[in-house]
Design a protein around this ligand. Structure first.
Ligand code: 2AM
Length: 188
């Protein structure tokens, strides 16, 4: 079985901006810069043959490059804060892309969770023992105006997640480049 997910990798300028924002957060384990990404679909533990099917389905996805802006910061988990994230400005191309990946994964036989897609970049997973929710809430509120310059998304990747003692390690298994000739308007 391979634990896998599809995500958008972020350019260095955005990673730098995120690292600066992380430095202001009183969290015990910020996400290492190499691990920062925008998840499109979490596939879970997938048999290798199914991953081949997913790869074929992802390879058939057509989309045009588009621009994204990361903005805002928040905490998921409500009364039990679970993670701190950077938000993403609304983007129709991103929503359409995610829907295409979701469909592609299902067509390959993967049972994708039926959670609403909330685009975000995880800046830190929180530890109930070591992290103080109030301090974190204040630090997050202080960075509500966080905003990156627009950046171009030229494709997406399929990643393997290897869970280990030092945290997860992500490895790119495949990259799917968009085609500038694709219409940015989604086809019916
Ligand atoms: P998260 O950052 O919001 O936790 C690799 O684990 C990526 O898949 C992470 O970005 C993670 O999102 C996402 N993911 C979505 N659902 C997941 C789940 N049930 N278990 C682990 N990761 C999940």
């Amino acid at each position: 079985m391979i634990r896998a997910f599809a995500a958008i990798a972020l350019p260095d300028s955005v990673l730098d901006a995120l690292a600066c924002a992380q430095a202001e957060l009183p969290v015990s384990r910020p996400t290492p810069e190499d691990n920062l990404h925008l998840t499109l679909v979490f596939l879970g533990d997938v048999p290798e043959v199914s991953l081949e099917e997913v790869h074929l389905a992802f390879s058939a996805i057509r989309a045009a490059p588009f621009e994204l802006v990361l903005s805002g910061m928040g905490v998921f988990g409500g009364r039990k804060p679970r993670l701190v994230y950077a938000g993403v400005d609304h983007s129709d191309p991103l929503i359409h892309l995610q829907a295409k990946l979701d469909r592609a994964a299902r067509s390959a036989g993967i049972e994708v969770e039926r959670r609403r897609f909330t685009p975000h970049v995880t800046l830190a997973y929180l530890n109930a023992k070591r992290d103080d929710p109030l301090r974190i809430e204040r630090a997050v509120a202080a960075q509500a105006g966080f905003r990156t310059a627009p950046f171009r998304v030229e494709g997406f990747g399929l990643y393997q997640s290897e869970l280990g003692k030092g945290g997860a390690r992500y490895r790119e298994l495949a990259y799917y480049a968009f085609s500038p000739s694709e219409s940015a308007v989604p086809k019916a």
